[in-house]
Design a protein around this ligand. Structure first.
Ligand SMILES: [Zn+2]
Ligand SMILES: [Zn+2]
Length: 318
């Protein structure tokens, strides 16, 4: 099975995104890049170099529905005529053109984010949204954990690996234990467990960090020899990366618990303390990070929690 990585430019801070062409029948692309002229041009060139055109694509598979990964899905599908789009059912927010905005807003208010900051985050969302088309429920096929994407000479096993987003998926080629992992595994940075409504009950937060740790352990149990991430070079030593991630999580966890004051703190207070200079998208990500760690610390019985008015307040254990 020929896996051809193609690196595409993005307008985002993270830099280029990797998409993966599976050069086999039915011709499949995993992730698409953002909806920009630059990305589609580089993608066309990459396909051409491998001997294909966009119109040859039969399957467009998304690791998750962030704009840098899913932005071109609709344009590619329309150009390829009978190509089918696959994404996990739980990637709801982005699929519906961020109809979940209202739910996100409630989660931010509960995290103690002041109104003007919530408004600033909303405007930022509007700016990012234009890099992807949304599509409706009848326009995609859901990916299912443990199901196979069949190819002429083998298959890729779908692994639901939630954490970065609720519906993040990875793809395992069992023959040589190669994994395409999207933003679940990145070589140079620890991926963010992004604040998301729970797909089962959108009034609640998705327990992103707890789920993420399970996903990382699951990938480890498969003893991967090579992991292709959504950004940066592939990872040959997953074991090393796994331990590095865990150390980073533990350090951050200790720091977050240290910031929980007797008088009670919100996730926003913790985010400001940890990342005083974060702006823009990083402001949202720093709140995500604080919520993820506070939730996990509370679940593990390390801190106390109470709902005070509309806000979640965390306190040291009595
Ligand atoms: Zn992502
Ligand atoms: Zn990404």
């Amino acid at each position: 099975m020929r896996v051809i990585p193609i690196s595409l430019p993005t307008p985002f801070y993270i830099g280029p995104v990797n998409v993966y062409l599976i050069a086999e029948d039915p011709l499949t692309i995993i992730d698409t890049g953002p909806k920009t002229k630059e990305a589609i041009e580089v993608l066309r060139a990459g396909l051409r170099k491998a001997g294909f055109l966009v119109s040859d694509l039969r399957r467009i598979v998304l690791t998750h529905a962030h704009e840098d990964h899913c932005g071109l899905a609709k344009s590619l599908r329309d150009e390829a005529k009978n190509a089918e789009v696959f994404v996990h059912n739980w990637e709801t927010g982005h699929r519906h053109s961020r109809l979940e905005y209202e739910e996100h807003r409630k989660l931010l208010v509960r995290a103690g984010v002041p109104d003007d900051e919530v408004e600033r985050m909303r405007r930022m969302y509007e700016g990012v949204r234009k890099y992807a088309d949304s599509f409706g429920d009848d326009e995609y096929t859901s990916l299912w954990d443990d199901a196979e994407l069949e190819f002429e000479s083998g298959s890729l096993r779908i692994l639901h690996t939630p954490g970065h987003t609720p519906g993040s998926c990875s793809f395992l080629r069992e023959a040589d234990r190669t994994i395409i992992a999207g933003d679940c595994v990145l070589k140079r940075i620890t991926p963010n467990p992004v604040l998301s409504p729970d797909p089962i009950d959108p009034s609640r937060r998705f327990p992103s960090l707890a789920e993420y740790l399970v996903s990382l352990a699951r990938l480890r149990s498969l003893s991967p020899t090579l992991v292709y991430g959504g950004h940066g070079e592939p990872i040959r030593d997953y074991e090393e990366l796994f331990h590095r991630y865990f150390r980073a999580f533990q350090e951050r966890q200790a720091k977050v618990i240290g910031l929980v004051a007797k008088t009670g703190v919100s996730a926003w207070d913790v985010a400001i303390e940890m990342f005083p200079r974060a702006d823009d998208v990083h402001r949202f990500l720093s709140v995500s990070e604080a919520v993820a760690h506070l939730d996990l610390a509370h679940t593990e019985g390390k801190i106390a929690y109470e709902l005070s008015g509309q806000r979640d307040v965390y306190k040291p254990l009595a």
